[in-house]
Design a protein around this ligand. Structure first.
Ligand SMILES: C[S@@+](CC[C@H](N)C(=O)[O-])C[C@H]1O[C@@H](n2cnc3c(N)ncnc32)[C@H](O)[C@@H]1O
Length: 186
């Protein structure tokens, strides 16, 4: 999972749903400290990750918000990169509904910027290992996973609706995606 960060992260970066911030803390910011905005529904991971990244010398802003709504004005615009990893499978609905998140996020990217993310699709997929099957069942019952209607075609449609260029790559049970050249900016 560090590879997409190493490959895509830019100087001005928006991270949606940062969790503990492990990926950002281990990403390679080869141009030195970055300007990072963290956005999440929940202020607890924002505060934890912000503290971690500030210790590493980055300038960090925290914004409470949902990707199902337009990005709050407090986050500003002009992001070189946006990371949204292991967030979409937590959000209720299928990609026809929750794909609106890409629309909202694309509006704060630069024309040359990249959105990169990962998710676990539920429809038409069975986790490859017994442990994966156990975790998926347990997380779904607990309400942490909402991916039973998430399929690859709807994800691809959601990306192509918003971006002129996209990639989709399966790695084990995880689907990695990128979107570039937001349509409303070109
Ligand atoms: C499974 S964690 C992913 C953590 C981290 N990105 C990682 O890969 O380790 C999902 C995160 O997405 C956040 N989240 C869930 N729904 C969201 C929404 N609608 N808008 C913004 N963040 C959301 C949760 O609060 C949580 O911090």
């Amino acid at each position: 999972m560090l590879e997409p960060y190493r490959h895509n992260i830019g100087h001005r970066h928006l991270e949606v749903g940062p969790g503990s911030g492990w990926y950002l803390a281990h990403a390679d910011f080869s141009d030195g400290p970055a300007q990072i905005t963290l956005m999440d529904l929940n202020p607890t991971p924002l505060a934890f990750t912000a503290r971690r990244l500030r210790k590493a010398g980055h300038a960090v802003d925290e914004v409470v918000g949902s990707v199902l709504d337009p990005v709050p004005a407090a986050a500003g615009t002009g992001y070189d990169s946006i990371g949204i990893n292991f967030v979409m499978h937590c959000i209720p609905g299928n990609f026809t509904e929750k794909g609106v998140a890409f629309q909202h996020l694309s509006r704060v990217l630069t024309a040359e910027g990249v959105l990169f993310g990962s998710t676990i699709l539920g429809r038409g997929r069975t986790p490859r290992t017994l442990f994966g099957r156990f975790l998926t069942t347990a997380y779904s019952r607990a309400g942490a996973f909402n991916n039973s209607d998430d399929d690859r075609d709807d994800l691809e449609t959601a990306l192509t609706t918003v971006f002129e260029e996209h990639t989709l790559t399966d790695v084990g049970d995880v689907t990695l995606f990128t979107g570039r050249r937001p349509r409303q900016l070109t």
